[in-house]
Design a protein around this ligand. Structure first.
Ligand SMILES: C[S@@+](CC[C@H](N)C(=O)[O-])C[C@H]1O[C@@H](n2cnc3c(N)ncnc32)[C@H](O)[C@@H]1O
Length: 353
């Protein structure tokens, strides 16, 4: 896929810190892959990377270069296109974006007066209205036209994310390993449960790596999967755990891992038969069955752990059958086969018993 980098010229550390940071923030949010600062200002660069790690998937990167002209020349040499944003350029409104789509694109923005060399070496000088305004707005407008607005709908599975609210502020969190342990301790889970949770976590991460799953989600989902046992030990501990986490503003994707981890999930019949809480209609999809890859992996890892020991799936299936839960046993085997195929190994091979 074609990449888009933003090159920021003329940064004056004393004067431009805030504006340059905003150019980088716009680059990230409006879909660029990288922000390249000409010169050095480690605070600006590290600040942008910190935002990328907390609010994004960490793929966007801020870096710097000493030699802007060399950077531009190399970009052109490797077949990329240069767009220089300037009020003196072709008006964006009439510009055919297809001329630059599909190719690696370097978008150059200035701070103070930009040297003529950049005007001459750009493939296209483009103006967002032929009026003086700001590199921040020019970049946002250009990228928005480039992506035709799709960049605004990009969803991230990030450490922090916002639940949009008509009134008020609501930020949800994917806790890391240490934060999960703190959450468990605050709920006063006992040492045995802590050991079990850690064992499920370690195995889930191993499986997650093989399946190319989101490891932050798996870490939180696996460590917290049994948090509901601090209040209940029946089949409802999944849902109760998820509710505890929702109250703590933990990301909904983690809450659902917790809610759907029992066996290979609880079917609607299980839920009705056992008189469990039935989610409201607006809770979509209405299910306690794992759907996402991360939900499936945590359920599978939990099925391969007994206490804090790894066991083969057959052991768990036997236990379910002994309790007359033949349907659930079948689903557990099906999930095991599905994930083993995805990981290209029999997941029993990760377990000794
Ligand atoms: C404060 S302006 C400096 C103005 C400069 N004389 C110029 O070439 O546009 C800083 C940067 O904002 C961007 N900029 C300002 N007005 C723009 C416009 N109408 N269209 C595109 N970019 C603009 C350019 O990248 C410029 O280098």
């Amino acid at each position: 896929m074609a990449k888009i980098y933003v090159l920021r010229l003329g940064h004056r550390p004393k004067r431009d810190k805030r504006v340059t940071t905003h150019v980088g923030l716009v680059a990230r949010t409006f879909g660029a892959d990288r922000f390249v600062l000409v010169g050095s200002d480690s605070k600006v660069v590290s600040g942008l990377n910190s935002v990328s790690n907390r609010w994004g998937d960490g793929k966007f990167e801020a870096t710097s270069t000493k030699d802007a002209k060399k950077y531009v020349e190399q970009w052109k040499k490797s077949g990329g296109i240069i767009v220089h944003l300037t009020m003196y350029g072709l008006n964006l409104s009439g510009f055919d974006m297809n001329k630059v789509r599909g190719k690696d694109l370097l978008v150059v923005v200035g701070a103070e007066k930009v040297e003529p060399w950049y005007y001459e070496n750009a493939d296209y000088n483009i103006a967002v209205a032929n009026q003086p305004h700001s590199e921040v707005s020019a970049l946002a407008m250009f990228l928005d036209r480039y992506y035709q607005g799709r960049e605004l709908d990009k969803g991230y599975t990030s450490k922090l994310s916002i639940k949009p609210m008509e009134n008020g502020k609501y930020v949800t969190l994917i806790p890391n390993e240490l934060e999960c342990i703190d959450i468990l301790k605050n709920e006063k889970v006992d040492d045995k449960l802590l050991l079990h949770s850690k064992a499920v976590y370690e195995l889930a991460v191993e499986i997650g790596k093989r399946a190319n799953a989101n490891l932050n989600l798996i870490t939180a989902g696996a460590l917290l999967h049994d948090i509901g046992r601090s209040k209940a030990n029946g089949l409802d501990h999944g849902h109760i755990g998820a509710e505890i986490l929702r109250k703590k503003r933990v990301n909904e994707k983690v809450a659902r891992i917790v809610e759907r981890h029992i066996g290979a999930g609880l079917t609607k019949e299980d839920v009705v038969k056992n008189g469990l809480y039935i989610p409201k209609k607006n809770y979509v999809p209405i299910t306690y069955v794992p759907i996402t890859l991360e939900e499936k992996i945590v359920a599978e890892a939990n099925n391969l752990i007994y206490g804090s020991k790894r066991v083969r799936i057959e052991k768990t299936i036997e236990r379910y059958k002994k309790e007359g839960l033949n349907n659930s046993a079948e689903h557990i085997l099906k999930l095991h086969k599905e994930l083993s195929k995805k990981c290209k190994i029999d997941l029993d091979d990760l377990c000794t018993d």
